[in-house]
Design a protein around this ligand. Sequence first.
Ligand code: HEM
Length: 493
Amino acid sequence: RFLQQPRSGNIIMPPGPPGLPLLGNALQLPREFLHYKFVEWAKEYGPVFSLNVAGKPWLVVNNWKTAADILDRRSAVTSDRLPSIKSQQFLARNNAMVGGPHGPLWRLFRKGTHESLNIRACSAYCSMQEEEAGHTVRGLLEHPELPIEVHMSRTASSVVWRVLYGGDSLPLNQYHGGQRIEKMMDYLLKANLPLNSVVDTFPFLRPVIANSKWLRRRADEWYEEMTAIFNQFYDESCSRTVSTGSDSYRSTCKIFQAMVEKEEITKVRGAWSVGTTFMAGQDTTATQMRWFVQAMMLYPEVAKKAHEELDRVVRDRPPTFGDRENLPYIQAVVKEVLRWRPSAPLSIPHYSSEEFEYNGYVIPKGTFILDNIWATLHDPELYPDPSTFNPSRFLDEHGQVRAAPLDTHDDLLGFGHGRRVCPGKDLAVNSMYILIATLLWALEFKLPVDESGKEVVPDPMEMVDIFIAVHPKSFKFNVAPRFPDVLERLGVS
Ligand code: HEM
């Protein structure tokens, strides 16, 4: 308790678990699945509690109400990101907007991404997304030997690639441009892992490293290579016109190119904005779709209800975006996938840029704020029996999608809060809708069997924490076509 007391002036932090002198709660934090530990602490200390991690104040927000109060309503002062020396300053040279400060540069980045990804702009990508859903069915049927992560990663990358860079559909099982970015991203993500950066643990080393070419050499090489890749994709994109099916659109690169021409942003920052958006948008959507496949194998009664709805509404032709309003159960499956297994259970941490007041507490400037999305989406008060995959929880007594209760973000779950809310949320939900509808229309998901004929049942609690994102552990799957000529019907034979 002593360590939760004000450190200076009138700071009053909410209570939290007691810690050790100097180290505070640092040794009590598990290295992975922090969100589970926070759920335990929230039961004891309430939905918003504080920690002291080696002298640094942390605030953990664990339900929809506190998230709305702190991250939405006070977003003017709770939308910063932790200043990270290794990843932001040395690796990305302050060009990575996702982890960057809440300032003028970030506003330009949001302006460009919003123009490209807002809900109206997204309508231009629908025919491309329908086509990608068809390619995914073909991939699953023609290459069932490939792991589910390879299929879903191709699909998610391809959609984001085509929107951001206006390129062609990405191939399955062949090295492509998107993978060049993904490979590089790994190093940047790992630099953010707690205690993975010497300079962030001991910030007094910053000037020493900044002034030594030899100590900085790995970071410099990484930056040069990343920038060359981003610039190459950006230049190629700026010279193409995109047209898919009945739609044509400006790639995100072209939107940033117009901003570069108006001298609002430099070219290198435009290229980095697009590249880091690709990084943020690819893995998240792919992870949600892997959970969807697992859920369909574990909950065949859900797949059956979805098949009944699709058979009644679209019958023997593939679903389209035009069918969405008539497919409430499919919409509810999309919501339940996002609720059941959010791909970023602790969101991306926020940081307070000013001292602020909340419920009688006074939270200091420089507080690391963790949004425990997992706790919110597994709160039994809002979602009874939260560990069961049950899309019907989102439907009213007439079988229609129920209106989202105030402040719950029930209409777009798992995309974060406040000014930092995910700018790709509408594109992601559109991708998930058309993929889920098309995969369920085209395929029967079954549990695979082992050599002795026994069903292999995946455990939905087996997950891999890779910092920010949490994936399902790799699992086997089995699919069969629901129509003998399914690929012809999809136009992808
Ligand atoms: C189902 C898929 C997705 C999920 C679950 C998801 C989730 C999130 C979350 C939780 C955040 C952090 C929000 C916060 O700080 O409060 C975020 C940020 C972000 N997302 Fe997504 N996202 C998804 C798809 C996408 C897509 C498709 C794109 C773009 C093509 C995208 C681009 C971004 C960017 C650029 C940020 C950083 C925003 C900022 O710092 O201002 N995301 N996302």
